[in-house]
Ligand binder design. Structure first.
Ligand SMILES: Cc1cc2nc3c(=O)[nH]c(=O)nc-3n(C[C@H](O)[C@H](O)[C@H](O)COP(=O)(O)OP(=O)(O)OC[C@H]3O[C@@H](n4cnc5c(N)ncnc54)[C@H](O)[C@@H]3O)c2cc1C
Ligand code: SF4
Ligand code: SF4
Length: 393
């Protein structure tokens, strides 16, 4: 979406296609064929534009972290580290950019006060619309305002690409470890199948961390957690890895050479902090000195150095993609499947539940499991390679 912000003719609009994916649309009457949009597109450019010199020399450091502020941690997905870093930036007069839910879609916004921070806390598993955000970030930076920009690694790469070669000391970037985003249609049908009108959160800790893959919604005007497995169409579809945005399967950012100053994810590597584990732990990786300084100076964060061999195995998106799933993807057929297939078949084909009671789900699950076994085998090999590389650094 950096293309839309780059175009000086305002010729690019970001629109949602019939399969629930955001794509740029060019108004040929306005376009003067200057190709700036292509030059800036992180998906097209070689990646050289987004490489920061610091990233080449710095050895990444992993930490286990959590936020001392229990209220902030409670509404966060992992250990609430993002909120701790964001609070620090806001208290020093800066602004924070992150993803917010609005009308059952996700978009990036800026917040400048702690009161508004909850709007951009918590994970949202559909793609965030960032139209206009890169331009606004540049305006803040040029004015001298400190900016913490958070998002998926591809959004951070797009920001660096948009900003060009100029380095901004007042810019901090924080990326999530990214499993990939799913089509907006999956959310629409999840709400429809559950007779709900609005998504509130994509994960909730009310049953404990690790058992938090349930959405909360507004249903008949009331706040409800859809905490029964048979109501969890969104996660069944999400977990199948067949309804991702197509570019997510061959994600070039699923690489141990990270893009942002800080990488944030879940820490699943079993620790001595049993009690705290239940409330959620973050894995924080610092990829630059700037990133390391900001988290080590943060008074709200409890930090402990982590070991690569413990944190990498449960987080494969830190070092390899899942391109094998591309040929079992049905993302480009979603519109037709939802429109022309009876609800029972659509539900079980798109979000197969791994159950023998349901023959259709069972058949599809069988193929998915077979495919995933192949991926797991490759992931294990990649893990050994990356651990060796990290120990040699
Ligand atoms: C699409 C997606 C996939 C993820 N996959 C994994 C994974 O496989 N493994 C893992 O360990 N962690 C994954 N995460 C990250 C994890 O869920 C937490 O967001 C992260 O650990 C930060 O947690 P927190 O408790 O510090 O703060 P939280 O408050 O939970 O984090 C919120 C942060 O995530 C950003 N964010 C939320 N939704 C979006 C979105 N749709 N687009 C862009 N930015 C968004 C917000 O801007 C904010 O910076 C994923 C996050 C996203 C958005
Ligand atoms: S080629 Fe130039 S004018 Fe045309 S859409 Fe791209 S940036 Fe805009
Ligand atoms: S998987 Fe890669 S391409 Fe997809 S949203 Fe995440 S960072 Fe972007």
């Amino acid at each position: 979406m950096c293309c839309a912000d780059t175009c000086k003719q305002n010729a690019i609009k970001i629109i949602e296609d019939k399969n629930g994916l955001w794509y740029p649309e060019i108004d040929k009457n306005k376009c003067i064929e200057c190709h700036s949009c292509e030059i800036k597109c992180h998906a097209i450019c070689s990646g050289e534009l987004i490489k920061k010199s610091e990233l080449i020399n710095y050895i990444p450091r992993p930490y286990i972290a959590w936020n001392k502020n229990t209220t902030q941690r409670e509404i966060s997905t992992s250990g609430g580290s993002f909120a701790a870093i964001a609070t620090q930036i806001l208290r020093n007069g800066g602004v924070v950019c992150g993803a917010k839910i609005e009308n059952n879609r996700v978009k990036h916004i800026f917040v400048s006060s702690e009161k508004d921070l909850p709007l951009i806390q918590g994970v949202k598993y559909i793609q965030s619309n960032v139209t206009g955000i890169y331009k606004q970030t540049k305006e803040f930076l040029e004015k001298g305002t400190t900016v913490l920009f958070s998002g998926t690694p591809c959004q951070i790469a797009a920001l660096y690409s948009f900003l060009g070669k100029k380095q901004y000391n007042n810019l901090y970037t924080a990326e999530v470890i990214c499993h990939g985003v799913v089509s907006n249609l999956i959310l629409d049908y999840h709400l429809k199948y559950n007779h709900a009108s609005q998504i509130i959160t994509f994960r909730t800790k009310s049953l404990g961390w690790g058992r938090d893959t349930y959405t909360s919604v507004i249903k008949n005007g009331e706040y409800v957690i859809l905490n029964k497995k048979n109501l969890n169409f969104f996660y069944d579809a999400f977990k199948s890895d067949t309804v991702n945005r197509p570019s997510c399967y061959k994600c070039k950012y699923a690489n141990i050479k990270r893009i942002a100053d800080i990488t944030m994810g879940d820490y699943w590597g079993k620790t001595q902090f049993i009690e705290d584990e239940k409330k959620g732990l973050s894995l924080l990786i610092t990829n630059t000195i700037k990133g390391d300084n900001i988290i080590t100076q943060n008074k709200q964060l409890i930090l402990t150095k982590a070991e690569w061999k413990k944190c990498l195995p449960k987080n494969p998106r830190l070092y390899c993609d899942k391109h094998e799933c591309e040929n079992i993807s049905i993302t480009h057929q979603l519109h037709n499947i939802f429109l022309y297939t009876p609800k029972f078949f659509a539900k079980n084909f798109i979000g197969p539940r791994f159950t023998k009671r349901n023959p259709l789900a069972y058949i599809r699950s069988y193929f998915l499991i077979k495919k995933k076994k192949k991926i797991n085998y490759r992931v294990e090999k990649e893990l050994i390679k990356v651990l060796t590389k990290l120990h040699e650094l």
